[in-house]
Design a protein around this ligand. Structure first.
Ligand code: FE2
Length: 294
């Protein structure tokens, strides 16, 4: 079983409506029409949408959409997940239309997060119009970006993702311990960490084609008084230059540029810091507000 990329992410939030401004004006994403009234659908490239914010009672990760190559890989995924004891639910026709994919199946992972394995995402070449002037996002075979999830059991989560075909990129042991995984040339599509009594989505990273795109966003965020959670800095492992901003739905957005890519000959290393420079934490709130206390 081989996940190709992170295709889409869905969250639930009482503050979904705030994304009508935050998505295009701050992040440069495009709001597009979608299936569910009240939900905000955000486009960043040729794909119909990459991020969906659904109205809900609390901020929570609703689903991660993992792209497979096609129907043969989906059949293989169903077989492998079934043999591993996971309960598999087929996405209905209406659900597939809402996600803008041909077909998907869903399972809950050992920590309770919902994963959707899909193929055939709707592609609309030339239709993307950024919410404000920018050079564009790094997507394609690298998918929409990366997610960092807080899991209750790092060992169980690692076994789950290895079953999906993820490979370790590296590990950081600092004020927080995190393990990084790739499934395509993006240095990491996924990172996992444990925080006592907390789980959920810590941040979504979206990567820009130009450092100036990141700098302009940094100015916009400060001019609007939107909370920055980590200042501009460079990570030691993927070499990304980025800053972190609090989204209206609690979790953070890492807005970055300049990450390196990994290949077949990648060697796992470890680091003792999360940043080469910068990335100073701002405020006293704990990392990641999309939290569920266990
Ligand atoms: Fe990140």
């Amino acid at each position: 079983m081989k996940v190709r990329a992170l295709g889409y992410v869905g969250v639930e939030s009482p503050e979904a409506k705030q994304w009508e401004e935050f998505g295009p004006e701050v992040l440069g994403l495009q709001i597009v029409d979608g299936d569910q009234p009240g939900s905000i659908y955000l486009r960043m490239d040729d794909r119909h949408h990459r991020i969906a914010i659904h109205p809900g009672n609390k901020d929570r990760l609703a689903y991660l959409g993992w792209e497979l190559a096609g129907d043969d890989d989906l059949a293989e995924a169903v077989d492998k997940l079934g043999r591993a004891g996971y309960e598999i639910t087929e996405g209905t026709e209406d659900e597939c239309e809402e996600r803008a994919v041909r077909r998907f199946v869903t399972v809950l992972d050992p920590g309770g997060a919902r994963h959707e394995f899909f193929y055939g995402q709707l592609s609309l070449p030339g239709q993307f119009q950024p919410g404000r002037p920018l050079t564009g996002f790094v997507t394609g075979e690298q998918g929409l970006g990366h997610v960092v999830c807080v899991v209750p059991d790092l060992g169980a989560a690692t076994r789950f993702y290895k079953m999906l075909g993820f490979k370790k990129s590296d590990e950081i042991y600092a004020f927080i311990d995190a393990h990084f995984f790739h499934c395509n040339p993006r240095h990491h599509t996924l990172a996992l960490t444990e925080i006592p009594r907390v789980r959920g989505l810590h941040h979504i990273m979206i990567q820009l084609n130009s450092l100036d795109d990141v700098g302009l966003a940094y100015d916009i965020v400060q001019a609007r008084g939107i909370p920055i959670t980590m200042t501009l800095g460079r990570h030691p492992n993927d070499r990304m230059v980025s800053f972190y901003v609090r989204s209206p739905s609690g979790f953070e957005i890492e807005y970055g540029w300049g990450a390196l890519e990994v290949g077949e000959d990648w060697t796992v290393t470890q680091y003792d810091a999360v940043s080469v420079w910068g990335h100073k934490m701002v405020g006293t709130s704990p990392p990641g507000a999309l939290e569920e206390v266990l």
